[in-house]
Ligand binder design. Sequence first.
Ligand code: SAH
Length: 215
Amino acid sequence: MEDTYRHKGLRKKLVDEIRKKGVLDENILGAINRVPRHLFLDSGFLNFAYEDKPFPIGSGQTISQPYTVAFQTQLLDVQPGDKILEIGTGSGYQACVLEELGAEVYSIERQQKLFVKTKTLLTQMGYKAKLILGDGYLGLPDKAPFDAILITAAAPEVPEILFEQLKNGGVLVSPVGGGSVQTMMRFTKSKSGKLTKQTFGAFQFVPLLKNVAND
Ligand code: SAH
């Protein structure tokens, strides 16, 4: 759980790199600067923790690239106190960035092993994000509606049920596409409940799969 001056220095460099790539929101950059990303990687991979790259975290899954985390977070337009649902907890890194921005975070993961590992880590780190083992295709109806929903795995289409769990005035951000490259999309639900969509370029995510898994 150590966070040394060296780690802090590397993190500051990472933040500068993300800023240069176009994420200018200082609240988001501040949140990235506060989350010790090296703790989310197995200790043998410390040198990779502050490169702006995705990285394998076991169970065939990856921790997202920091730029992608910053970019999706920017599209969510998080306000302190927002209730946010993340689909695809993975390492838990994105959930912690959202929590650092003052959000109340619910995050669903389908891989049981990863869920247990991440829940243990986030508790040790003192984060309060509520992690749920489940199938994100179903959302989280008993905690709905959400101010924002973030999907961090790729589906050919956003499951309709998730739009129903979004507040009027809320946004849903998701990579959309069935191939190896997806389009980042933001859906905004108007005060009257009408959806509009915007696209934000190409990204690569692991697929959104159905059902809980034990591998
Ligand atoms: N947000 C993560 C990166 C996510 S990688 C981070 O910050 O590290 C995508 C994750 O989505 C994987 O862990 C994968 O197991 C999970 N996933 C895939 N399909 C899912 C589903 N239907 N419900 C919940 N999680 C799912």
